[in-house]
Write a protein that binds this ligand. Sequence first.
Ligand code: NAD
Ligand code: UDP
Length: 332
Amino acid sequence: MKVLITGGCGYIGSHTAVRLLESGEEVVIIDNLINSKIDVLDKIKEITGKNITFYQEDLCNLEELRKIFKKEKFDAVIHFAGLKAVGESVEIPLRYYQNNLVSTMNILSCMQEFNVLKLVFSSSATVYGSPKSLPILEDFPLSTTNPYGTTKLMIEQILTDVYKANNKLDITILRYFNPIGAHKSGLLGEDPNGIPNNLMPYIVKVATKQLPVLNIFGSDYDTIDGTGVRDYIHVMDLAEGHILALKNKKKGLKIYNLGTGKGTSVLELVNMFSKINNVKVNYKIVDRRPGDIASCYASSLKANKELGFTCKYTLEDMCKDSYNFVKKNSNL
Ligand code: NAD
Ligand code: UDP
C-alpha cells in the first residue's frame, strides 16, 4: 500500500512513518516544516533502513497538491498536518481556521479527484470539552473551548458530510488522548520550539535544567491528589493505532478513542519521571490554568474490540523514553 502521511515530519507522524515502513508499506510525506525539521527524514531512514519520498509543500496550495496526487497514486492518506497549540489558537484564530480547514478540504478534494478512498484523520480528546462522566466514550456530546479544538470538531463534521455524500469512502477519525514518549532509539521524539505548553516536554526541560521549575496548574481539583488527571499514551502505541486503522476490515466512517483508559495525575507523572530516571524535577503549585478540566481519560473498549488496539508501553516507558530523547538531542 502506498500511504501519504501529511505532517509526517512532526511528532506523531514521524513515529507512524517508522511503523508503516516496518510493516512493509510505502510512505510518501508532505510537510511544510512549519513545526518540524527536515533531519527527521534521515532519522526515519536510519531506524528503518528504508526510503521515503518527501515533498516540502504547504497543503493549502491546492495546485501543487493536485500534482503530487496525480504523480503518486496513493492508496490511503493519514492526515496529521495541522497547527496544534491551544494558546496560540486563541491569539490567532484565523490562522488556525485557515491552515487546518483549508489543508483538510484540499486533501479531501484531491482524494475525490484521484479516487483515493481511505483516510485516517488525527482528531483529539479536546472535542469532548468538559465530559459529563468518565471514562469518555466515543458517543459522548461534543463541544470545544478554543479555536484549535473547534477546527477538529469542524473537520469531523466535514468528514461526516463528505462520507454521507459518498459512502464508498473509508474514513477513520482517531481521537488521541495525551501522547508522550519517544522512539526507543532516541532519534525521534517531541521537540517543541521555545517554552513548551504541554506537561511532559516541560518536565523534561526542568529535569535537564533548561528551565528552572515546573508550574503545576492547580492542586485543588477533585482528583486523587488535587492535580489534573490525563490519559497519557506512548507515541509508539498511538502509531500502532494508525496501522490497525488502515488494516481495519470494517468500512465506512468510524470513530475511535486512542488512549490507555487510565488516568494519571500531574504529581503522579512527575514522581514517576523522577523515580525512573533518577533525576530531580523542581516544581511549585500555582493557580489553575484557565480552560483546564480536572480529569480526562478514555474508554478504549471500542478501539480494542474493533481494531484490536492495546497499549504495550507503561508509564515508566513513557517517562524513560521522553527523557532519553531529550538527553540525546539537546547537547547538554
Ligand atoms: P506536530 O506539530 O509535531 O506535527 C504536525 C506537522 O504538520 C508538522 O511537521 C508541521 O510542519 C506540519 N504542517 C502543519 N501545517 C501544515 C500545512 N499546511 N502543510 C504541510 N504541513 C503542515 O504535531 P503532532 O503532535 O505530531 O500532531 C499531529 C496531529 O495530531 C495534529 O493534527 C494534532 O492536532 C493532532 N493531535 C496532537 C496531539 C498532541 O498532543 N501531540 C493530541 C491530539 C491531537
Ligand atoms: N500542566 C501543568 N503544568 C504545565 C503544563 C501542564 O501542571 O506546565 C497540567 C495541566 O494543567 C493538565 C496536565 O498537566 O492537568 C496536562 O496538560 P497538557 O497541556 O500536557 O495537556 P491537556 O491539558 O491539553 O490535556
